[in-house]
Design a protein around this ligand. Structure first.
Ligand SMILES: CC(C)(COP(=O)(O)OP(=O)(O)OC[C@H]1O[C@@H](n2cnc3c(N)ncnc32)[C@H](O)[C@@H]1OP(=O)(O)O)[C@@H](O)C(=O)NCCC(=O)NCCS
Length: 158
């Protein structure tokens, strides 16, 4: 996965879950967010060690984007939440966050469920995209999957 060169830095948001800016970003990536739903999501990041929430910070600690993943065994993970502040979209932050979690957690496979807009983003980031039709009252859902390229076999010729 290609990494753009950006000026921000990655921060762990586990201790910033009460922050309004962080909650606002999380709400952007939840369909029909309610206070109860947001609270439920925050509890997962607080208490389940397989759920990790990272932020992309710019300037003096402004969080421009966040990505939440659930980690599984064997380098597999699922993107649970991803959002970039509306004024900072299309600058490569979303792609940088996806690339960062792949590197930081040594991922070989990453999946995400997305609506049509986010699926277009994941496709540009190298994911395959498969329509799931309308699921559980959510219309136009897509399953997006990325897999690391297999390293060349030891006996393969250049
Ligand atoms: C999806 C989202 C995280 C993308 O973040 P971003 O920082 O704007 O994405 P990037 O700038 O890194 O874009 C990477 C590539 O995807 C493309 N892209 C981004 N959003 C896109 C969209 N809605 N439709 C089509 N392509 C898109 C970019 O043009 C870029 O393409 P490139 O290969 O030509 O450079 C952001 O739009 C967002 O926060 N959306 C609202 C929350 C949301 O829907 N989250 C997903 C829940 S399933």
């Amino acid at each position: 996965m290609q990494q753009p060169v950006l000026a921000g830095r990655f921060v762990d948001l586990k201790r910033e879950l009460d922050d309004e800016e962080v909650q606002g970003l999380l709400a952007l990536s939840i369909e029909r967010p309610t206070p109860a739903r947001l609270e439920e999501v925050c509890q997962m990041y607080l208490f389940d060690p397989t759920w990790r929430l990272l932020g992309y910070a710019v300037g003096r600690d402004q969080v421009a984007g966040c990505i939440g993943v659930q980690l599984f065994l064997r380098g597999e993970a699922q993107v649970r939440h991803i959002a970039v502040h509306p004024e900072r979209r299309r600058q490569g932050i979303g792609r940088a966050m996806v690339g960062h979690v792949v590197q930081a957690y040594g991922l070989r496979r990453l999946a995400a469920e997305a609506d049509a807009d986010a699926a277009a983003f994941f496709r540009r980031c190298g994911f395959s995209v498969e329509s799931q039709g309308d699921r559980q009252g959510h219309s136009g859902r897509f399953l997006c999957r990325w897999e690391a390229e297999a390293p060349p076999a030891a006996n393969s010729r250049p």
